[in-house]
Design a protein around this ligand. Structure first.
Ligand SMILES: NC(=O)c1ccc[n+]([C@@H]2O[C@H](COP(=O)([O-])OP(=O)(O)OC[C@H]3O[C@@H](n4cnc5c(N)ncnc54)[C@H](O)[C@@H]3O)[C@@H](O)[C@H]2O)c1
Length: 433
């Protein structure tokens, strides 16, 4: 099937490549002409495992192409996927300006050709949008009967985006229109997983509910970790014991520096704001956000229990991206931790496999290293900020010999605590006795 994907960022590019891999003919469209030129040459421009390789394969086979013109894709597509960003506005609600711009262009183009072709097309909203947005779009399209609307929220995780797109946990198909559902069913026919066929509003709420619930799990474990630190319990053991209960499950129970990324912070804010707009107070969600905001503050307080004065001390930060296997720095915990440590007078060195240059633009005075050991050289403490494998699997004897003082602060509870202690290092994790 011929389809177009508008917005070729983390979600759009992955969507375009995965539909091409499923055998469809895809045009990726982006307003950013530099990005389009790069994609046409087979450069992904973002880091996602296997994405660039498969992009090049699909380009070579002619299954995917890119353009900055909406015209190029819309009129030849049965399905038009909208994957533009919906970042937070200052009040926390979702900024729908890019989405609205794209939708009015689609409507305009399709309307202009009405009569010449009366092919039914479905506009599929993959961007995360407030509940009610898709129904609103359907009402806006009411005078263009050949345009149908469906909500098909995306659940991929950065760092394993292409894999997740091709092996989804579920596909949520939210539409009131049987023809739209039929097109989506055909598009996704080759993927084996549960389908949730539902209304547009339910689909939108499933997306927000999923992200808000995962964020809640993380904040709950971080709160429990703070108490564990005071009571001499080890949150990693606690989480393991809790996670074996099938009603709880083992995932998203890791305490650490808090959640980040382009989704959890923005989607929890948008959901909370949506509640406020409809007169529904959401105190639990507010606390989830607050625990997350304060987690780096709490972490620095813990660090100061071992190093009461940070002024003039060199602290090495290992990992900067919001999670491993991505170059995405949006809402990364490192960006909350760095100013806190600088305010204490610490001198910072840092290492990230992909994000040194992005952070250098924000903090040019940090000492950026090419590997973890270089960052740790002569430091008074090492802090694990993002659990990249390169930063987790360390030779602790070498770490001990390179540090000036033997302190390790594990912001992700990912280091081998026993190995670190055996190497003569002083280890402190998040809520680990
Ligand atoms: N990143 C994730 O892990 C993830 C996961 C699930 C859902 N989502 C949701 O998917 C949406 C996209 O997220 P993302 O991370 O891919 O964003 P992104 O910022 O990486 O990409 C957005 C793309 O849209 C393009 N764009 C903006 N305005 C445009 C316009 N008018 N016409 C054409 N292109 C335009 C931008 O140039 C950019 O390439 C958001 O709503 C997000 O909440 C993201």
């Amino acid at each position: 099937m011929k389809i177009s994907v508008i917005g070729t960022g983390y979600v759009g590019l992955t969507t375009a490549v995965s539909f091409a891999l499923m055998g469809h003919d895809v045009i990726g469209i982006d307003i950013d002409q530099t990005k389009v030129a790069r994609l046409q040459k087979g450069e992904a421009g973002i880091y996602e495992p296997n994405l660039e390789k498969e992009l090049q394969n699909m380009l070579a086979l002619g299954k995917v192409s890119f353009s900055s013109s909406l015209e190029a894709g819309i009129l030849s597509s049965r399905a038009i996927f909208v994957c533009v960003g919906t970042p937070p506005l200052p009040d926390g609600s979702a900024d729908l300006s890019a989405l609205n711009q794209v939708l009015s262009s689609i409507k305009e183009r399709v309307k202009a050709t009405a009569g010449a072709s009366n092919v039914t097309r479905v506009v599929v909203i993959k961007s995360t949008v407030p509940v009610g947005t898709n129904d609103h779009i359907a009402r806006q399209f009411a005078d263009v009967p050949e345009l149908l609307v469906a909500s098909n929220p995306e659940f991929l995780r950065e760092g394993s985006a292409l894999h997740d797109s091709l092996h989804p946990s579920r596909i949520v198909l939210g539409t009131e229109e049987p023809q739209a559902l039929a097109i989506l069913e055909e598009l996704y026919a080759s993927l084996v997983c549960e389908r949730v066929r539902t209304t547009r509003a339910n689909a939108e709420m499933i997306k927000y509910g999923s992200n808000a619930f995962l964020a809640t799990k993380i904040s709950f474990m971080n709160e429990l970790a703070r108490l564990s630190a005071e009571l001499g319990a080890d949150i990693t053991e606690v989480a393991r014991g809790m996670g074996l209960d099938s009603r709880i499950g083992p995932y998203f129970l890791g305490a650490g520096l808090g959640y980040g990324g382009s989704c959890f912070p923005k989607d929890t804010s948008a959901l909370s704001e949506l509640g406020a707009q409809h007169g529904v107070d959401m105190p639990l969600l507010k606390q989830v956000q607050q625990v997350n905001e304060l987690q780096p503050v709490w972490f620095v307080e813990q660090l100061k229990k071992l190093l009461p004065t940070l002024a003039g001390l060199k602290i090495a930060l290992l990992g900067l991206s919001f999670k491993p296997q991505t170059d995405d720095m949006r809402e990364a915990a490192s960006l909350r931790l760095i100013p806190l440590l600088l305010r204490e007078g610490a001198v910072l060195s840092a290492y990230d496999p992909l994000c040194n240059e992005k952070v250098r633009k924000l903090y040019p005075d940090l000492d950026f290293a090419d590997n973890p050991y270089q960052a740790l050289a002569g430091a008074d403490a090492g802090v694990l900020v993002t659990e990249w494998e390169q930063c987790v699997k360390l030779d602790f004897t070498r770490v001990k010999s390179t540090l000036r003082q033997p302190f390790l602060f594990d912001g992700r509870n990912a280091w081998d605590k026993r190995a670190a202690i055996d190497a003569g290092l002083t280890y402190m994790g998040v809520g680990r006795s």
